[in-house]
Design a protein around this ligand. Sequence first.
Ligand code: PMV
Length: 329
Amino acid sequence: MRTSTARAYPNIALVKYWGKADEARILPAAGSLSMTLDDFETTTTVVPAPEVDADVLELDGTFADADATSRITTFLDHVRTLAGSTDRVLVRSRNSVPTGAGLASSASGFAALATAAANAFELDLDTRDLSRLARLGSGSACRSVVPGMAVWHSGDDETSFAEPVDAPDMRMVIVTVDRGRKAVSSRTAMRLTAQTSPFYDAWVSSTEDSLEKMIAACRADDFTTVGELTESHALRMHAVIASTLPPIRYLRPRSVAIFDAVAELREQGLEAYSTADAGPNVAVIVRPADAERLAAQLTEFGEVRVVAPGPGAELLSADAEVPAAEVSA
Ligand code: PMV
């Protein structure tokens, strides 16, 4: 074993993943498509610790709670099985994205962890197998292994991975409405949606249809169709989430106000389209030449960042190691 550090970026889906066909293997009920970003990265170092009897997780400089640590251990058990090892590790992870606030921190987190852990345990995985491995930590993480636009195929354990797809060049203007942790995790809310929404089956079948159209629009370099599909698919996801029992609502009044403002800007000739994950923050896609103009129009709603398609998960050199947490007496 060896110490390894990796970096990965979050992704924002244009065709959303919401619902599992298999909870244990994290197989999605339908395929999805997302853009990996060039900002809000996670850097993770995995340090061999064969002398300890439990994995240790340090998140942003402090020791993580039992829940977060056990999720990491469950994931690392998959890596240990592949490597034929029982060794425990120290995981030090640093996020530049608010954890659990709907900016896909689990995606960058598990993509970085999968990449660092696979190398630490000396597994020789290609991008496809790394994507399959990251999927076992958090579904959307399999897309963050891949640069730029990524399609995640539904299927079985072998065939469910993400791979790049050609797409129009675009920017995302991310408006942070709230940095707080979301009230209901996407894992719990997805389960509730599948169990209680009368619209769930229609959501799954319409997602497959949207994905097919989205891949065609991406390949045809058709920004307008990509945008229209993105916005309607996001609203459909929030609609099916709102139809659960008890109901869940991630969008805030301010999030909805951003969707309205973007629709109005569109009427005025600035072509842009909104989406939002399981949280209140809104990502707006726009052509590169219009990004700064759009960003200037959205500053009244929250902190605004313009992001571009970013790299896939990658290993870093030893000097990028995440420093150990300070142990307070
Ligand atoms: O991978 P998870 O469990 O964090 O789920 C992510 C779900 C959404 O972000 C809401 C949609 C998506 O496709 O990323």
